[in-house]
Design a protein around this ligand. Structure first.
Ligand code: MG
Length: 252
């Protein structure tokens, strides 16, 4: 591992471990998504997540991170990110964001997805589709010799073209031996700014998209981020590697 303006460049051995981590995490979130059904508390979903994580012999990366009390962040409806699992019950019509991180052989992997419970309103389905697609628009720009903000700009342009807004207060990040490494990756901004991307950089790209306006606030629990206007929000995230050719989605 060497650093490039504080952005670590992973060796091929490190990339191999990150690939394993991503694959394990993708399996965990797939199973977790499948288990969501009306009537479950978010606490029960967290317990299930923790057992899926421990079954794979990996470690939940968020548990205890700066004092976070659970294995996954579960953010419903107007909650943007960092929701603490609790006694709330999920029901038909809700949208539920699952954000999961693991540590495998000392390397981190991070992914998030927002899921509709049962039938959801068409505007919510559109919010999920646009946020998911915005993530892929960002990933598409994660190429050697592009600038970092080409990712940011692609996400913002796509989201705003569909009438939604991008959260400003929280950003994506580099990832590797630490959960949050340089650089910060905003989901908005002009193109062609910031560091030049290089082969071997590993990034967690994570658009958070609001149905209404972008401002957010943090609840008194110190963690849960909600929209200020109370309208719903969606969140999708992949850990990706920049290669010689196409971006490689490690958590696909
Ligand atoms: Mg993340």
């Amino acid at each position: 591992m060497k650093t490039e303006n504080l952005i670590t460049i992973k060796s091929s051995e490190e990339l191999e471990v990150l690939r394993e981590a991503g694959k394990i995490l993708a399996g965990i979130i797939k199973e977790l998504k499948r288990s969501l059904k009306p009537g479950l508390t978010t606490k029960a979903i967290d317990s299930l997540a923790e057992s899926l994580i421990r079954d794979k012999k990996v470690v939940p990366a968020f548990k205890g991170y700066r004092g976070f009390p659970a294995s996954v962040c579960i953010s419903m409806n107007e909650e943007v990110v960092h929701g603490i699992p609790n006694a709330r019950v999920i029901k038909d019509g809700d949208i539920v964001s699952l954000d999961v991180g693991i540590i495998h052989k000392n390397y981190f992997s991070d992914t998030a997805v927002t899921v509709g419970i049962g039938p959801i309103k068409p505007e919510l389905q559109k919010l999920l589709d646009v946020t998911s697609e915005a993530l892929y628009k960002g990933i598409e720009q994660a190429r050697a010799n592009n600038h970092l903000s080409d990712i940011s700009h692609a996400v913002q342009v796509y989201v705003e073209a569909h009438g939604f807004s991008v959260v400003r207060d929280f950003v994506g990040h580099g990832i590797g031996r630490r959960l949050h490494e340089d650089p910060e990756i905003p989901n908005y901004g002009p193109p062609h700014q910031g560091p030049i991307l290089k082969e071997g950089m590993v990034l967690a790209i994570e658009p958070m998209v609001n149905l209404g306006t972008w401002p957010t606030k943090i609840l008194s629990d110190g963690w849960t981020v909600v929209t200020q206007d109370g309208l719903p929000s969606a969140h999708f995230e992949h850990t990706i590697a920049i290669t010689k050719k196409e971006p490689e989605i490690l958590t696909a």
